[in-house]
Ligand binder design. Structure first.
Ligand SMILES: O=C(O)C(=O)C[C@]1(C(=O)O)C=C[C@@H](O)C=C1
Length: 288
């Protein structure tokens, strides 16, 4: 038995990823990302599943910052799923004026053009998840709409007014499966696309070529980087950490070599996880 916490409620994209990947639960939905990660930290659940990055809108900063600053957890798996955003309305909706449109900020951002062109007058309101937005529409009635998936529509009895309203066709989100204490994962059968390692690096101070030196430590070892992102340390303007995804599993030669080299330069080096990365092709009928 594995207790899997996820960004809920039921009907989020996170839950779709959880259902597609895990063999069994129990599955416990949390109403926002910090609540989910805190539950993992306390040991209320064995694993947490939270969104990490979207191909249109970019990183989910709340997840990244929380993993760096607030909790001590390892990324143990990465799940990439296709995202189809739909425009959801109340079952009694009959062409009334829509005054408020609700969704998660990532979903709103993925549908900016659609909203701007079709509903320029409506007020945009943010919720902690797309499924929460669907619940709000049930409560608030025919003058409101939500952006979310078909699962949220079904579970809340909403109608899909327009399918696939995201501004770019290639819409995917990466989710991180995190844990605090190692437990084996009970999953359905999936074949990983690749294996990755994520590290966090800080520089001693701002000087000419500092980042170049960091990147060189990977480059001359022929280690391919698939992402580099800087985020504020939250200790003052100009202080950043770098999150680097390396396209290979952790090993006992190359990574310790990079670490030693960077530490000699005064950098810090922290391993955040080494994990398989899966692309989950959702059931095309279910994820219509
Ligand atoms: O709100 C949800 O349904 C989520 O699972 C969160 C989330 C995200 O944070 O990126 C997941 C996938 C979509 O990109 C939109 C929202």
């Amino acid at each position: 038995m594995q207790r899997v916490g996820y960004l809920g409620p039921k009907g989020t994209f996170t839950k779709m990823a959880v259902d597609a990947f895990f063999e069994e639960g129990p599955f416990i939905g949390y109403e926002n990302i910090p609540a989910c990660l805190e539950a993992v930290e306390r040991g209320d659940v064995d694993l947490g599943v939270v969104p990490l990055e979207n191909s249109i809108e970019g990183s989910v900063h709340l997840t990244i910052d929380y993993l760096i600053h607030e909790v001590n957890q390892a990324v143990v798996t990465e799940l990439t799923v296709p995202i189809r955003q739909h425009f959801l309305v109340h079952p009694d909706y009959n062409g009334e004026e829509l005054t408020h449109i609700y969704s998660h900020n990532q979903a709103i951002a993925q549908c900016q053009q659609y909203l701007y062109k079709k509903y320029p007058e409506a007020e945009i309101a943010y919720t902690a998840s797309t499924a929460k937005a669907a619940e709000v529409v049930v409560e608030q009635g025919v003058h409101t709409a939500a952006i979310g998936n078909h699962l949220a529509a079904e579970q809340n009895g909403l109608n899909i007014l327009t399918h696939n309203i995201h501004d770019y066709d290639n819409n995917h989100t990466r989710f991180a499966v995190v844990q605090n204490t190692p437990v084996p994962l009970e999953t359905k059968t999936h074949k990983p696309m690749k294996h990755k390692t994520t590290v966090m690096i800080t520089l001693p101070k701002d000087y000419v070529g500092a980042l170049h030196q960091v990147l060189s430590a990977f480059a001359w070892r022929k280690m391919n980087l698939s992402k580099i992102e800087s985020r504020p340390m939250k200790t003052g303007l100009g202080n950043y950490f770098f999150l680097i995804d390396v396209d290979q599993p952790y090993d006992e030669v190359l990574f310790p070599g990079v670490k030693a080299e960077l530490e000699m330069l005064g950098c810090t080096f922290k391993l955040l996880g080494t994990y398989p990365s899966y692309l989950l092709e959702m059931d095309p009928v279910a994820n219509k």
